[in-house]
Design a protein around this ligand. Structure first.
Ligand SMILES: *Cc1c(COP(=O)(O)O)cnc(C)c1O
Length: 424
């Protein structure tokens, strides 16, 4: 099946007389005839469901669809994108370990790594995604357990060189984890470029309608944990809480990562989305391919309009020929990158603030990447406590406007921008 078809048909094929849509199994528990039957599930000797804190059939069918879209061997859903980022790293790194991460990642992920996970004893080295080979090499340590990057960084819109980072990670015997939220598997499939684990905030394009917060983790099934046994004891030595099974032996390359994340992390942390939310996410996934295509077409038109407007000082969008990442974006995302653009208006911070007041169609929201066009001026909202100097030091220009192009008619979006620019 091609991507458009997987969006509709992936994950679930109803048998004779079964519901056409993925059913909502809104039940915490599952009934068994004998304690022995249930015991086999607890020992991971049989697969099945016993408690929705760990696994639920609705969730698993939707996860399977996302895994198929990414070309992976197994997948799981989490209650948020943050939980997916955390699980993806914590499943293979523990206190005393170290991770190499791109410095250009989502702010929430940066804080999770740099503050919260440091408190848990995991160290991070952040490298510029365009750093030299020497700098990248120097970032690795004997206790490094993973490399982490974002296909298109939110909000910097830097395109990550997945193939290069995958080679570097593999030469050190560790997997590459990619957050593919902005590109979605419609535009980029990181596994085809060497990524081992792919994660998502499904809250963005996958849900696409501002309806549910969620996350997903997909395993490529390619990373050979047993070949680097000494680095990954959690996967390659017996788990005493499951009668001494060794995940990498029992479930192989294809199943070990997701089985461990479910059996240990979901069991202990319980970051599971509700079956109802997974059902809603699946409705979003059905139209993902057509929506993403429209987001990209609209964003291209909007970016070109802005680039030619005299009151606009700069535009950042990987689909523009003038963009630093144009060629790299063409390599990894030949059909388009994403619907998010950033730009500045002449006149700096105050002009940007004034411009925001005049927008009518584009709504002011902290959210991005969904059907509605929305806009954010960090300097007057999320980052308003910072001075211009502090903003620049943090990589956010005072006049920067983040514009998430929706799937309305592009002419209406452009007319809205045009009248707001005219007013300043
Ligand atoms: C929003 C976002 C996240 C965090 O996801 P939540 O669903 O908000 O927890 C992670 N990565 C990227 C790229 C995002 O845009």
């Amino acid at each position: 099946m091609r991507q458009e078809t997987k969006c509709i048909e992936g994950g679930y094929t109803p048998k004779n007389g079964e519901p056409r849509l993925i059913p909502i199994v809104q039940s915490t528990t599952f009934k068994y005839d004998t304690s022995e039957d249930m015991g086999k599930l607890f020992d991971l000797e049989a697969s099945g469901y016993f408690y929705t804190r760990l696994q639920n059939p609705t969730n698993d069918l939707v996860a399977k669809k996302i895994a198929e879209l990414e070309g992976g061997s197994a997948g799981m859903l989490t209650s948020s994108g943050q939980a997916a980022s955390f699980f993806s790293v914590f499943n293979i790194a523990q206190a005393g370990d170290h991770v190499v991460a791109s410095s250009s990642i989502y702010g929430g992920t940066y804080n999770l790594f740099n503050v919260t996970m440091r408190k848990m004893g995991i160290d991070f080295t952040f490298v510029d995604p365009d750093c030299s080979d020497e700098e990248l090499e120097a970032a690795f340590r004997p206790n490094t357990k993973a490399v982490f990057g974002e296909t298109i960084a939110n909000p910097a819109l830097i395109v990550f060189d997945i193939e290069r980072f995958a080679k570097a990670a593999h030469s050190h015997g560790v997997p590459l984890i990619i957050d593919n939220t902005f590109a979605t598997p419609i535009n980029c499939r990181p596994i085809e470029w060497g990524a081992d684990i792919v994660i998502h905030s499904t809250t963005k394009y996958m849900d696409g309608h501002d309806a549910t917060v969620g996350g997903a983790i997909v395993d490529s099934g390619n990373f050979d944990w047993m070949a680097h046994k000494e680095k990954f004891p959690g996967l390659c030595t017996p788990d005493e809480s499951y009668h001494g099974i060794t995940y990498a032996e029992k479930f192989g390359k294809e199943g070990a990562f997701i089985t461990k994340a479910t059996a240990q992390l979901m069991r202990d942390l319980g970051s599971i989305p509700s079956p109802m939310n997974c059902y809603i996410l699946n409705l979003g996934l059905e139209s993902l391919a057509v929506r993403v295509q429209r987001h990209c077409e609209n964003a291209q038109k909007v970016a070109e309009f802005l680039e030619n407007h005299p009151k606009v000082s700069y535009v950042t969008y990987p689909g523009l020929k003038s963009n630093k990442y144009y060629e790299r974006a063409k390599k990894y995302m030949p059909d388009g990158s994403c619907g998010v653009i950033s730009f500045g208006v002449e006149g700096g911070r105050s002009a940007a603030e004034e411009f925001m007041k005049h927008l009518k169609l584009a709504i002011i929201a902290t959210h991005v990447a969904d059907a509605h066009t929305c806009v954010l001026h960090p300097a007057s909202s999320t980052h308003r406590q910072l001075t211009d100097e502090e903003l620049i030091a943090g990589g956010v220009r005072p006049d920067l406007i983040r514009f998430s192009v929706g799937i309305e008619n592009a002419d209406d979006i452009i007319e809205d921008l045009e009248q707001a620019l005219k007013a300043i």
